[in-house]
Design a protein around this ligand. Structure first.
Ligand code: TEU
Length: 544
């Protein structure tokens, strides 16, 4: 178990993201719950993770599956009660598994008490908790668009004003310019810290310092000032791990966010690698093939760029993204080896790895009939593109590849009905492949994707070079080989990945021929070539 009283304990930690709605149902309601997470703690302990990031479980009308919070200090009854949360925190602590809550601080639900007051009148004490502008009905202040489609402004006749929302109309943006809003947020966070949570993930944190009159959403001028105040008033009073979601983060900004003095956050999720397979200028729905050389150059840039002056988060998927094995691996005949290659590539690097539920099983995307999609972003996109005359087949291809529901299908526990997720009717259709891909089978099979992840996590705990070693990219211009070296205090790792379904002629460099193989996704090695999706990590002692 990690000693979580040590400053920067999280640098050696591995996180696991749970999407509670789809993890484990214990009541037959068809949605997961906190007791379900408690039931599966042994499984998570076996895997070896240290932190559980829970997507939001706070009270919410669930317009955006909990990313619309109506009470930050209450648990949604769908998930259980505050008592269940306290029980989860305590049961987790016994197993060395901490709870990381997902704070949505850019916006609340329109059903939050603050907003229900705010919309009553201009002189209501809560009016200024949100971002309002004058205008006339049908004439919004400007033409800014919301992320989930439509205008970013919604008219409230009662006050004769528009409020600003970067996401759905039911997700009004909070006004961070108002010091009272900031104080309320800090007090709420301190209260959760008292409950024993060990960390926070901060939803779209780069969007809090918006200036809608200047068309600024991400990276507003006061962003880092707000973050430093937030951090000093809350996180720095404990020994927490914090990660901000920052679609707009580049390397220079990430250095501020994750500065080693802890003045802001522990790290951010940046998305440069995630944005590589869109058509240039297009949205995520506009598919383009992945240029693997671009991917490895991007990952290498972040590795060297933050070494010694920041901290990376390492992830390939989450609840908003497609399943990585379907997106960048091969979810057909090479599913198992390709899932292991992607894991090797990521877990060999410096940073905090985040495993998204089911990734450790090599769970795949799903193709659903349109009537079975549940995600509002997917449904809005379908309507918008339909109305614009886009062919049905093209829209469905985009959904199959990129819908957020790909990641949100129920966790596949065993071969019983609905994959063991629920005894009721699941809120989102389970992937029928749970009969072949499920946790029970994989825990019993030492060669499974699950045990491969377990071993990668154990390696990080055993060899400090995984945690702190420097990074050198070898073969930088090779189109499908990703080979890199890590070095620390007389030990070196060589991470070798042959990306794709073809063979590649390649020999281990001379000075590595006597190195020890720590992990590999084939049982043996063949001199002079690498097989489809072959990956391995070598360890060498370096005598001066
Ligand atoms: O996502 C941020 C965000 O910008 C998303 O719209 C993202 O671009 C999209 O999901 C990619 O497909 C965060 C949460 O992770 C997401 O689940 C929420 O819906 C969103 O914020 C609003 O809170």
């Amino acid at each position: 178990m990690l000693d979580k009283t040590q400053k920067n304990w999280w640098q050696s930690a591995v996180a696991y993201q749970i999407y509670p709605k789809s993890f484990q149902d214990t009541t037959g309601s068809g949605t997961g719950d906190l007791q379900g997470i408690i039931r599966r703690l042994d499984y998570l302990q076996t895997l070896g993770v240290d932190v559980l990031w829970l997507s939001p479980v706070f009270a919410s009308p669930q317009v955006d599956n909990g990313y619309d919070i109506s009470d930050y200090q209450a648990i949604d009854p769908m998930y259980g009660s505050l008592e269940d949360m306290r029980a989860l925190i305590a049961a987790g602590k016994e197993r060395g598994v901490g709870i990381m809550l997902d704070l949505v601080l850019n916006h609340s639900s329109d059903q939050h008490r603050w907003f229900r007051e705010a919309r009553k009148s201009r002189d209501n004490p809560f009016h200024d908790y949100y971002v309002w502008r004058d205008g006339a009905e049908d004439r919004p202040p400007n033409d800014m668009r919301a992320c989930f489609g439509g205008s970013a402004w919604t008219w409230v006749p009662q006050v004769g004003q528009y409020y600003f929302h970067q996401f759905a109309p039911q997700q009004p943006d909070l006004n961070w310019e108002n010091p009272r809003v900031r104080r309320e947020i800090y007090d709420m966070i301190l209260w959760w810290m008292d409950q024993g949570v060990e960390g926070f993930r901060l939803d779209v944190i780069d969007q809090i310092a918006k200036e809608p009159d200047r068309f600024i959403t991400g990276n507003g001028p006061r962003l880092h000032e707000f973050l430093r105040e937030l951090s000093a008033e809350t996180f720095q009073k404990g020994c927490l791990v914090t990660v901000g979601e920052a679609w707009g983060a580049d390397l220079e900004r990430a250095k501020l966010y994750s500065a080693p003095d802890g003045s802001e956050l522990s790290m951010v999720f940046q998305f440069e690698h995630i944005n590589l397979d869109h058509q240039p200028g297009g949205e995520k729905w506009d598919l383009a093939p992945l240029d693997f050389k671009a991917l490895k150059k991007c990952l290498a840039k972040w590795q060297t760029g933050l070494h010694g002056c920041g901290w990376n988060s390492l992830f390939l998927n989450n609840h908003d993204l497609p399943r990585t094995v379907s997106r960048w691996g091969d979810d057909g005949a090479c599913r198992v080896v390709s899932a292991k290659l992607l894991a090797t590539m990521l877990h060999g690097m410096e940073g905090m790895p985040y495993i998204y539920q089911g990734e450790e099983l090599g769970m795949t995307n799903i193709s659903l009939p349109i009537g079975e999609y549940r995600d509002l972003e997917s449904l809005n996109m379908y309507e918008e593109r339909k109305a614009a005359g886009c062919p049905e087949a093209e829209i469905m291809a985009s959904l199959y590849a990129r819908s957020r529901d790909n990641a949100r299908t129920p966790m596949q526990w065993d071969t019983s009905a609905h994959g063991g997720f629920t005894e009721g009717t699941p809120w989102l259709t389970e992937n029928p492949n749970y009969r072949e891909i499920n946790a029970a089978d994989q825990v019993a099979d030492p060669d499974s994707v699950f045990h491969y992840y377990r071993r990668l996590i154990a390696l990080r705990k055993t060899y400090p070079v995984f945690v702190h070693g420097d990074f050198t990219l070898l073969e930088p211009d090779h189109p499908n080989l990703f080979v890199y070296r890590r070095r620390l205090d007389g030990q070196a790792l060589l991470v070798i990945c042959n990306y794709g379904g073809g063979e590649t002629a390649w020999s281990v460099p001379e000075d590595w021929t006597h190195a020890r193989c720590l992990i590999a996704n084939y049982p043996d090695q063949i001199p002079g070539r690498l097989r489809p999706w072959e990956a391995r990590i070598l360890l060498r002692e370096e005598k001066e």
